[in-house]
Design a protein around this ligand. Structure first.
Ligand SMILES: Cc1ncc(COP(=O)(O)O)c(C=O)c1O
Length: 392
């Protein structure tokens, strides 16, 4: 059988492949520490689970409007208005199964084949995948370690061409954990304000923040109209498997995105949407404890990695990833990923899973217990020592 040519353009997320390999090794009796998965290891707060159960009993088991249940769109609009200081109306909200459809649909609705989309590199691989899939060209915006993996107007300006249709920003950032400062956002906004370019602002880690502040570029003068703000429940409320996210965008684009939803999945799950109202209104103390615990783990893993010869690791300000430099180990990141898993029993991702500019780096997710993080550090340390001995 022949399949459509466009499938050759579609990428993937290798985290799921590494997870499958790690599980296969575990099935053979091997012990693996999982630092590959990008999801909180906490349970969804009890109040949210109870709200979903209640909604099931109340009959929220039917189709709803493609843009989301009206009361949920209202709750999200109120939340974004108070949390980001961005005046948002319900007709600017589209509720989606996870944050991912927001980015896929925004790109489909705004970008033509042949257009250029500026994407962070290293960055979440799905941006580039979708851009290629629709026949557009991803233009890498390089995040450099010596700039703390942040990007600013000076990185963006040389990449702009008459074909640039969209710029993707992601702060806090996957995989580096960098956070754009208010000044970075001011300067990027000033550069884009008078151009007909959309900004996809992926803010899915907005609440997983240790240093600095999170602001949305949509709050800058002239930017609300052209920004698609992506956020959701997966990371903030440990709800990855529930599949619930949302986009904030201008009402015309919201209609386009809702029409794409009608064509693909009709609507986000109704009883899950109802639980979102409780999440936004009431589960903030659980979010606070989760972030406090992530903070402790961040400090532990950064300190532990920097104590290993040949590894250098910046301290990220947000998300739950570290992106250490392993260039001194003198192997490719893909080899390090494979050998760490097979020989050291630590599942992690090659920096190149996030684009070519991730070469020389690894991504470790610290969404795992301190005990497991310490065990992973012990295994990585022992493996590096054995490499050094072998090289002598
Ligand atoms: C940067 C980034 N954006 C979006 C998503 C998608 O989140 P969701 O699970 O809500 O679809 C992820 C998930 O890993 C992510 O890391």
């Amino acid at each position: 059988m022949r399949y459509a040519d466009r499938m050759n353009q579609l990428g993937t997320e290798t985290a799921f492949e590494v997870l499958a390999k790690a599980r296969a090794l575990e099935a053979q009796g091997r012990s693996i520490v999982h630092l590959e998965i990008g999801e909180p290891d906490f349970d969804t707060p009890a109040s949210i689970r109870a709200a979903a159960a209640r909604a099931l009993d109340e009959g929220f088991t039917h189709y709803g409007p493609s843009a989301g249940l009206p009361e949920v769109r209202e709750a999200i609009a109120a939340f974004i208005t108070r949390d980001r200081g961005l005046k948002t109306a319900p007709d600017q909200v589209v509720v989606t199964p996870g944050g991912k459809p927001v980015l896929t649909f925004a790109i489909m609705a705004c970008v033509n084949p042949g257009d250029e989309v500026i994407v962070p590199n290293p960055g979440f691989p799905i941006y580039e995948s979708v851009v290629r899939f629709i026949g557009a060209k991803p233009v890498p915006m390089v995040l450099r370690e010596d700039r703390g993996f942040r990007v600013g107007a000076e990185d963006l300006e040389p990449l702009l061409t008459p074909k640039t249709r969209m710029v993707v920003l992601n702060s806090p950032h996957n995989p580096t954990g960098s956070v754009l400062t208010p000044k970075d956002l001011d300067e990027i906004a000033a550069l884009l304000r008078d151009r007909e370019i959309f900004v996809l602002s992926d803010e899915i880690y907005s609440k997983i923040l240790y240093d600095g502040v999170h602001e949305s570029i949509a709050t800058r003068p002239g930017m609300a109209e052209k920004t698609i703000l992506l956020d959701g429940f997966s990371k903030t409320y440990a709800m990855t498997g529930w599949r619930l996210g949302y986009g904030i965008m201008n009402p015309t684009l919201a209609k386009h995105v809702a029409r794409l939803a009608t064509n693909v999945y009709s609507c986000a799950t109704s009883f899950v949407q109802r639980a979102a109202i409780v999440a936004l209104g009431g589960a903030q103390s659980e979010v606070g404890s989760m972030v406090t615990e992530f903070h402790r783990r961040r400090d532990e893993i950064v300190q532990g990695l920097n104590a290993i010869p040949g590894i250098r690791c910046l301290k990220p300000a947000g998300a739950f990833y570290v992106f250490p430099n392993i260039q001194a180990l003198q192997m490719t990141s893909a080899d390090a990923e494979r050998i760490l898993l097979e020989e050291a029993g630590v599942a992690a991702l090659s920096g190149t899973a996030f684009g070519s500019h991730g070469e020389g780096y690894m991504r470790f997710s610290y969404a795992n217990s301190v005990e497991n993080i310490r065990e992973a550090l012990r295994r990585i340390g022992a493996w590096v020592q054995s490499q050094i001995r072998a090289a002598r």
